[in-house]
Design a protein around this ligand. Structure first.
Ligand SMILES: Cc1cc2nc3c(=O)[nH]c(=O)nc-3n(C[C@H](O)[C@H](O)[C@H](O)COP(=O)(O)OP(=O)(O)OC[C@H]3O[C@@H](n4cnc5c(N)ncnc54)[C@H](O)[C@@H]3O)c2cc1C
Length: 468
């Protein structure tokens, strides 16, 4: 151990309450792994913070030594930002406290929480915080990027439900950001990702909900075009209680899938109704009539079951690559391109995810938060997933190729949490006319770009370090 690694270890060791893991430590191998198997990096030091003081010490030491630094909550960055080679990982995973106040319908949770820890605590009071669809995702990265999920249309984005942040900034001080305290920072944190500091606590609003109606069905290849046309037209006026996601994929080879569909291109619809179940059934039945009858399921289920049902579909360690963008409208030729794209999918776990935003999230004025576009309701994500390194080139080429065909019909813009690590040139596109304000807030709070392993906003500083 030499150079900055030795220096940073010596700086931290005397007062650090959590674990400091180096490559020779037994726990290191497990601690260094992140969700996306494409990023098997070897950091010089993993600082597992036990409390806010540890976070401050780690930030101070990182700034003093100049070592490349990543911040980890759930480790689910699609782009692999929460790890690095030969640098420092500030790991928040021991900081997973959730405090719920049922009376005021508010919660506070620590910066290292997974979505599952938040859901489990809030459901004990019959309340929900709108977040994402896989419970092992980190709340830290998800909320800071925006946060879309099953409840987005009903209650807004995750970031729309945050009332306050407590963070450790690049000079290692503790700063509060709310509508009244440091309002520019509060604005930027709602969509700006990890650019401004390390959030140690989120203060959020909650909503009453304990069960939902979920309907699922598969539409065979010949019906995908008409289904997408129906979905496009229907969602424009759909009630906010309804979320209808469509994944284009090869049907899994399992007993729940009709034999004639297995391994074939299908559209997999998931419809969620969060209001009175009886009022929702007619909408769900109409949509399900466009699916293969043998594939249709409909259930009233507890909210926690909804939030964990996709967990095993996105395992840790598999290899993933994404390309994402927005459409204002899905025209006939775009639908044809999508139908063709699913027929060329290179691996059985790859999918083309289509979501319709709008609803409550679409009603928040564009300049109220830093979050990317709310006006283009169709969100498309090409999510390539495979197991073997030998298949990297084929899968990445497929995602890039299909994206470039679809790109001319897209509206400029992208959701930062769905971007890959090779898209730094698209970061200004993600924020569009909010970009200059983002740069000003970044320049104020992190003028040396200490927090640069993220969809990075370069501060206006001559000596600044680029993401690299
Ligand atoms: C299986 C899976 C499902 C997903 N589902 C959804 C979904 O339903 N909706 C959605 O919107 N997104 C979803 N995403 C995308 C997700 O929002 C991002 O990958 C997000 O970055 C994950 O957060 P994390 O804390 O796990 O990431 P990490 O890899 O730990 O961190 C990612 C980035 O966030 C920063 N960061 C994390 N925590 C903090 C903190 N406390 N303070 C400051 N910076 C921090 C890090 O510096 C890093 O740049 C999903 C991703 C995966 C892998």
């Amino acid at each position: 151990m030499a150079g900055p690694t030795h220096e940073i270890y010596s700086l931290l060791r005397p007062r650090f309450k959590g674990d400091l893991l180096r490559p020779s430590d037994i726990e290191y191998d497990h601690a260094r792994s992140v969700w996306n198997g494409m990023f098997a990096r070897t950091p010089a030091l993993i600082a597992r913070c036990a409390n806010v003081a540890d976070v401050q010490s780690a930030v101070r030491a990182a700034a003093e030594t100049g070592i490349i630094t990543s911040v980890r909550c759930g480790g689910h960055s699609l782009a692999g930002f929460s790890t690095c080679d030969d640098g420092l990982v500030i790991d928040l995973s021991p900081m997973r406290h959730v405090h719920v106040d049922p009376q005021s319908r508010r919660a506070r949770f620590s910066g290292g929480c997974l979505l599952g820890s938040v859901d489990t605590a809030t459901q004990k009071a019959g309340l929900v915080f709108p977040s994402g669809v896989v419970s092992h995702t980190g709340a830290g990265g998800l909320v800071l990027g925006g946060g879309t999920g099953w409840l987005t249309r009903r209650f807004g984005l995750s970031c729309d439900n945050v009332e306050g942040f407590t963070l450790v900034t690049a000079d290692s001080s503790i700063v509060r950001a709310t509508a009244l305290e440091n309002p520019d920072l509060f604005w930027a944190l709602r969509g700006g990702g990890g650019n401004f500091g390390i959030v140690t606590e989120f203060q959020v609003k909650l909503h009453p909900l304990t069960s939902v109606l979920l309907a699922e069905g598969l539409t065979p290849e010949h019906g995908i075009g008409p289904l997408l046309e129906y979905w496009r037209d229907f969602m424009a006026d759909a009630p906010f209680d309804l979320k209808w996601n469509i994944n284009l994929r090869l049907a899994p080879n399992t007993g729940t899938v009709p034999a004639e569909l297995r391994g074939r291109p299908v559209a997999s619809s998931s419809l969620l109704w969060t209001g009175d179940p009886e009022a929702g059934r007619p909408y769900l039945n109409r949509a399900l009539s466009l699916c293969n009858p043998g594939s249709v399921r409909s259930n009233l289920l507890p909210f926690l079951d909804l939030q964990t049902m996709a967990d095993s579909d996105f395992p840790h360690g598999r290899r993933y690559y994404t390309k994402s963008g927005y459409f204002t409208h899905l025209d006939h030729s775009t639908i044809n391109l999508l139908v063709h794209a699913v027929s060329t999918i290179p691996s059985s776990d790859t999918m083309i995810e289509l979501a319709y935003l709008g609803g409550t999230a679409g009603q928040v004025p564009a300049d109220e938060t830093a979050f990317g576009d709310r006006s283009a309701p169709f969100v498309l994500t090409l999510l390539a997933a495979w197991d073997q390194p030998s298949a990297d080139a084929g899968n990445i080429a497929w995602a890039r190729g299909e994206f470039s065909k679809l790109r001319p019909a897209m509206k400029p813009g992208v959701y930062v949490n769905f971007m890959s690590g090779d898209e730094q040139d698209r970061v200004p596109e993600a924020y569009q006319n909010r970009w200059d304000r983002m740069v000003a807030v970044k320049s104020h709070y992190d003028s040396q770009n200490l927090f640069r392993l993220n969809q990075n906003i370069l501060p206006r500083t001559a000596t600044v370090k680029a993401p690299g």
